[in-house]
Design a protein around this ligand. Structure first.
Ligand code: G6P
Length: 367
């Protein structure tokens, strides 16, 4: 049956709002509710022997991979390499024996990613695939198939597939940590408990839709927008910038907060909004200093943080967006919502074709 928009104006909007449901659906297939343990579907694959993980993907899926690198290294202490697929094969990557090559793709058909997968297969890597289309080429060629259950994604700019990828990757990181002896049962249960809080937190984030819609006019006139984030929220800054440029055609760049002083700070003046993604936590104060650097140059800040962060640093911002206070593990999932909604509402304010942005394709099957 054809997928319908229902009461939504655009598929992208509908897909943003589906996230609590589809993330819950995806998590359900990776979590054993009876004992709050992570269970990988389909293959009983021994991850305890994995020495190195190579992640390859494109676009939004690549940013999901960047978040996962933080998780795999922090939780499981397994070293991770990550590349965009179009670069991967041509740099003659060193692939050690016993490595897991992990491909992340909504469609499972992106030509560069598929070519990278085949290269790794020839090199004897174990092939893991996080994919939303279970009948896709990548799914068929996987040793370890990890499906996302986002349902069909129609909007060209990926939204719900991204948060479902993050859900699968977080579960995989916890499973890997257990198999590597880096996480005991109690810690695993704790992580699982936080993962299961994600759908409610996504709902809470979606509650700010009206607030975000009403501030879209502040961003719509900008020629350039900067997104800043740290740690696992740094890839979210990249994703926020990608979403904005894809559908509103505003030039945007994502930067690691601490790297701003090495370049982008030169661009800052009153006309460049700076979107700061910063959940409160140990590194929050460092981000506050970065915000001061922006302010000292007349820059206007939109701070996306939780109540604690907003109380600490919200004053003097052009606008603030309040997120629920969540465990750092699920913050990248939750902070995906405001960046998606902001791009969506800015694009609507500019009157662009949100679901079919110019020059872009849903699935890129040419190299
Ligand atoms: C295209 C789409 C993006 C997507 C990327 C990777 O560029 O417009 O939204 O993130 O391809 O696609 P994949 O299906 O491999 O995740």
């Amino acid at each position: 049956a054809a997928v319908e928009k229902g009461n939504y104006r655009h598929f992208m909007q509908k897909e943003i709002f589906e996230q609590p449901t589809v993330v819950a659906q995806t998590l359900a297939s990776y979590i054993h509710r009876a004992d709050n343990a992570v269970a990988l579907p389909q293959v009983d694959f021994d991850l305890s022997t994995v020495k190195r993980i190579t992640i390859v993907a494109c676009g939004t899926s690549y940013y999901a991979g960047m978040v996962a690198k933080y998780w795999f290294e922090t939780f499981a202490r397994v070293p991770v390499d990550i590349d965009v697929a179009s670069e991967f094969r041509y740099r003659e990557p060193v692939l050690e024996e016993g490595g897991l090559a992990l491909f992340i793709s909504q469609s499972g058909e992106t030509a560069d990613t598929l070519a990278a997968l085949r290269h790794c297969k020839e090199e004897g890597q174990t092939i893991g695939v996080v994919v939303n289309v279970p009948t896709s080429s990548m799914a068929r060629e996987a040793d370890l198939l990890l499906p996302t259950h986002a349902g069909p994604e129609i909007g060209v700019a990926s939204t719900k597939a991204f948060t479902c990828q993050l859900a699968v990757l977080a579960a995989l990181a916890a499973h890997l940590a257990v198999r590597k002896g880096r996480m005991d049962r109690a810690e695993e249960q704790e992580v699982v408990r936080h993962l299961l809080e994600a759908p409610a937190a996504l709902n809470a984030a979606l509650d700010f839709d009206d607030d975000i819609a009403s501030m879209a006019h502040l961003i719509a006139p900008a020629r350039d927008v900067l997104y800043l984030g740290r740690g696992p929220d740094y890839p979210l800054a990249l994703e926020g910038a990608l979403k904005l440029k894809e559908i509103s055609y505003i030039h945007a760049e994502g930067y690691a907060s601490g790297e701003m002083k090495h370049g982008p700070i030169a661009l800052i003046d009153e006309s460049v909004p700076v979107i700061v993604l910063a959940p409160s936590g140990p590194l929050f104060e460092k981000t506050v200093s970065n915000m001061q650097e922006v302010r000292a140059r007349g820059g206007k800040i939109v701070l996306i943080s939780d109540e604690e962060g907003l109380a600490d640093a919200g004053e003097g911002c052009l606008a603030t967006i309040a997120m629920p206070k969540v465990h750092p593990l699920i913050a990248p999932l939750v902070y995906a919502v405001p960046v998606q909604l902001l791009a969506y509402h800015v694009a609507c304010a500019k009157g662009t074709d949100v679901d079919q942005p110019r020059n872009l394709a849903k699935s890129v099957t040419v190299e």
